[in-house]
Design a protein around this ligand. Structure first.
Ligand SMILES: [Fe+2]
Length: 194
């Protein structure tokens, strides 16, 4: 995986030794799936991507209210989204309702906190990761986590996500009680007609 700053010129590489997947080709992969892919299969696709900001500019949409979920491709077996986060924006603590999830950081630094169930029924954090551009992380079915942009005020975060099958109803969790809530999220862009 390469994330390139468009202001920097790179020497051309011989085609024979590159394995560069475009965002359009990745969208085709999502649309043509015949079964639900594994975390490893999606990670391989993400690792083959070559992305410049201009390649995904049309999906790079933010909102002030909360992080923005922009749909790029969706089929019966998976969905591909670009999430755009201003500083301070975050998800609830959540699971994926039975879907797998894979994330690629395109710009900025992503904080991911992993949670587990405490004996009393609430959740507690057990690990926190910081992912920088080019970093790929995958969540298997039982994982509970929270994603955050904890960078300084002027630093945005852009991440690419694949969920398989597409997310439907998720569970959210609390570190201070055993309550569990159903959670369903829409798309800021790209979701028309779905
Ligand atoms: Fe998640």
């Amino acid at each position: 995986m390469q994330v390139r700053d468009t202001t920097i010129a790179y020497a051309a590489e011989p085609a024979a030794i590159t394995n560069e997947l475009t965002l359009d080709e990745l969208a085709d992969y999502i649309n043509n799936l015949k079964t639900v892919p594994t975390v490893e299969q999606v990670k391989q696709q993400f690792a083959s991507l070559s992305l410049r900001q201009r390649d995904y500019e049309s999906h790079r949409l933010f909102t002030d209210k909360k992080y923005a979920r922009n749909l790029i491709a969706r089929s019966e077996y998976a969905e591909l989204l670009m999430l755009c986060w201003h500083s301070g924006q975050r998800t609830p603590i959540h699971d994926h309702g039975g879907s797998i999830g894979v994330i690629l950081v395109c710009e900025g630094s992503l904080t991911e906190t992993m949670y587990e169930f405490a004996p009393e029924g609430h959740v507690r954090p057990y690990n926190t990761f910081r992912w920088n551009p080019g970093g790929i992380t995958g969540a298997d079915v039982p994982d509970i986590h929270q994603l955050l942009n904890l960078q300084p005020d002027d630093k945005d975060l852009v991440t690419l996500h694949c969920y398989a099958p597409p997310l439907s109803v998720l569970n959210t969790f609390s570190p201070v009680s055993s309550r569990r809530r159903k959670w369903r999220e829409g798309y800021v862009s790209g979701g028309a007609g779905i």
